[in-house]
Design a protein around this ligand. Structure first.
Ligand code: FES
Length: 375
């Protein structure tokens, strides 16, 4: 063994020849020699704490194993909650409000247990070692690669998995469900269809189907649920209306608030004519959407979903306060200013046999901002 100058001016020992096939050479000697060949000097090596086979070691092994198993337990709980817990929003005091917190809690605890387990393993059960390495250029020769193979084998043994099978088993049992965490959102999308019942395309204005096959049109109501007659809105006036169904004015139907406007006769004539022409961007048939001089548009801005409800009566514009989009009420609520690129959906209006305003159907265009699946 001799000392030689390294490329960075430091000195390292040049290894004595070592026979890797000599059975008298211990594996640690091979590892140390291999490290030197690679310019790595193991300057400090302290055997494991606690002593092998001691009660302390067994206790630490059990602790680390328990952490891995706990991690697997929390990961399994995450997957089970992801699949079976009620997640759709319902009015009232429902279990769904715990869905997201429980997912976060179980995922966080699972990862925390793994982290504490791995840290405890490394700090309490592995040997303490300090190595110094000179940097070098170029690829590794064959002997180096063999040395790396030996080193890796040595490291696996040092991890103590063979000698402590409980650790290996608990690690595998703990990590398998953690792997399932990553797969859960992908597989979950196949189990649960987020578009079941066309939630994105149906609002509270959809006609209600009775058990006997009959269909009931939904009334336009105030926030307190009282229905509206045409005479309740004066010419030039407007009113925010909600579907006359249970919870129609609640967040359960946050996509349904609509602005009912009583246009002046001249403006109504223009609006009716433009309804027949359409927006030029879709092929919706808007004929018959107005009732008399009444017209109704979704209040949910097609840009980013703010309430577009600042009604400018003189210019017949509807303004969205968020980013100043403006929609022309007499021309199919087409955007004429600002970032919105799509017209506000129009609600087809009618009157029922008792003289109350009703929605003749749901919106025919999707409400609110664009989303990927929007046709
Ligand atoms: Fe209405 Fe942006 S949300 S303009």
């Amino acid at each position: 063994m001799s000392l030689q100058n390294g490329s960075n001016g430091t000195q390292h020992r040049v290894p004595a020849e070592i026979d890797y096939d000599d059975p008298r050479t211990t594996r640690f000697e091979k590892v140390r020699a291999a490290a030197r060949e690679d310019g790595v000097e193991i300057v400090h090596y302290e055997p494991q704490f606690p002593p092998k086979g001691s009660r302390v070691e067994r206790r630490l092994t059990r602790t680390v194993s328990s952490l891995f198993l706990l991690s697997g337990l929390f990961a399994t709980a995450f997957v089970v909650i992801y699949i079976v817990w009620p997640w759709q929003w319902d009015p009232g005091d429902t279990w769904e409000r715990f869905y997201t917190p429980l997912l976060g809690l179980t995922l966080g605890l699972s990862l925390l247990c793994i982290a504490i387990g791995v840290l405890s393993w490394g700090k309490k059960l592995l040997p303490r070692e300090v190595s110094i390495q000179d940097r070098h250029d170029g690829g590794a020769p064959e002997s180096d690669r063999r040395a790396v193979g030996t080193t890796l084998g040595y490291m696996v043994d040092e991890l103590g998995v063979k000698r402590r099978p409980l650790l290996g088993l608990s690690l595998a049992a703990g990590l398998a469900p953690v792997a399932a965490l990553a797969a859960a959102p992908l597989i979950g999308g196949l189990i649960k269809n987020p578009h079941a019942n066309n939630q994105m395309f149906v609002t509270g204005w959809a006609p209600i189907k009775g058990a006997d096959g009959s269909t009931r049109l939904v009334r336009l109501t105030r926030e307190d649920g009282t229905p509206i007659r045409p005479a309740d809105v004066s010419t030039g006036g407007q009113m925010t209306v909600f579907p006359g169904i249970p919870g129609g004015a609640s967040n359960a139907h946050a996509d349904s608030p609509t602005l009912l406007i009583h246009l002046r006769p001249d403006d109504a004539q223009v609006a009716r004519a433009n309804n027949l022409k359409g927006t030029g961007k879709d092929d919706l048939d808007r004929s018959g959407y107005m009732y008399g001089d009444f017209i109704a548009y979704s209040k949910i801005c097609t840009h980013a979903g703010c309430p577009a409800s600042l009604y400018e009566q003189q210019t017949n514009r509807l303004l969205c306060p968020c980013h100043q989009s403006q929609f022309l009420i007499t021309d199919n609520a087409k955007p004429i200013f600002g970032p919105a690129s799509r017209a506000l959906p129009q609600l087809p209006l009618g009157v029922d046999e008792e003289g109350y305003l009703v929605a003749k159907s749901d919106f025919q265009a999707t409400v609110g901002p664009d989303f990927w699946e929007r046709p």
